[in-house]
Design a protein around this ligand. Structure first.
Ligand code: GUN
Length: 273
């Protein structure tokens, strides 16, 4: 079993991004908008800001109160869209209930949409046209697979979870790389039997779902989930101790997909249109 070391690979990606940024004519400028006071979001946003500083990307966090209206947020995005110094805009999820995230992502200029969530970027991904940006977590997962020379073409990939942030775009990116992709979600029947067919498993659910004896020998297991278990320990979707002995490759939590997401976002933030 080989551990997919997201920490190590992310360092390499960040070093590449730093070099790329130093050679740019225009300094990238990432603006992150945080609405409300979700504790986890604050940590994520802070990590993004620190990563941006490390690679020489100018950044700013706009913190808005949880009672911000949708119209107020859309106005702020419009100002950022027309500010030529701003090259990347991202709005941290989750948003308070009064704000429709689809309205938000549709308002961001697709050429500044570093999350790759605008329907134009998602539609391009679906169609097989190069989007301005690929969503950070799926792109980070593919960077990780590529770094370990894990083949994708012709392999059976099972994606668990169908979110717009991870499940759907990662399935599409694997499909675009000629994998045979099966998507599983909360209504899927006999999920264990489907997981057993996978050469590559990507689990992005947020609860323990991939357990003992579910994975095929030598398969590649990517754990996107991150949450605290009953004892307060950070854990993922995969029962690591029981599953890892049968795997060819497995990503740990923490230290797998998490750091790759940040590095991949910095790669996106270094793209200036
Ligand atoms: N919340 C959890 N993951 C993400 C992400 O990739 N982008 C944004 N904007 N919010 C998130």
């Amino acid at each position: 079993m080989i551990l997919l070391d997201g920490k190590k690979v992310s360092e390499k990606v960040l070093a590449d991004v730093k070099e790329r940024v130093s050679g740019l004519k225009k300094q990238p400028y990432l603006v992150v908008i945080l609405v409300g006071d979700d504790a986890a979001s604050k940590i994520y946003v802070n990590n993004k800001k620190k990563a941006a500083e490390r690679v020489g990307i100018r950044s700013k966090v706009i913190e808005l109160p949880s009672e911000t209206t949708e119209a107020e947020l859309l106005d702020i995005i419009s100002v950022l869209n027309s500010d030529n110094s701003v090259t990347g805009i991202m709005v941290q999820l989750p948003l308070p209930f009064q704000i429709n995230k689809h309205h938000v992502f549709t308002t961001i200029n697709p050429q500044k949409d570093v999350d790759g969530f605008h329907p134009e970027n998602q539609g391009k991904l679906l169609t097989g046209i190069e989007p301005y940006f690929y969503p950070a977590t799926p792109q980070g997962i593919l960077m990780l697979l590529d770094e370990y020379n894990i083949p994708i073409e012709g392999r059976n990939a099972v994606v668990i979870g169908r979110s717009n942030i991870v499940g759907k775009p990662v399935a599409q990116m694997l499909l675009n790389r000629n994998a045979t992709v099966t998507m599983c979600h909360s209504y899927t029947k006999d999920i264990d039997d489907i997981i057993k067919t996978a050469d590559i498993v990507v689990s992005a659910v947020g609860k323990k779902i991939v357990r003992c004896k579910m994975v095929k020998k030598n398969s590649v297991v990517i754990d996107v989930g991150i949450f605290r278990d009953a004892s307060g320990k950070l854990t993922g979707d995969v029962d690591f101790d029981f599953v890892s002995p049968s795997c060819g490759f497995i990503s740990p939590v923490p230290g797998g997909v998490g750091p790759m997401t940040i590095a991949s976002l910095m790669y996106n933030a270094s793209k200036v249109y």
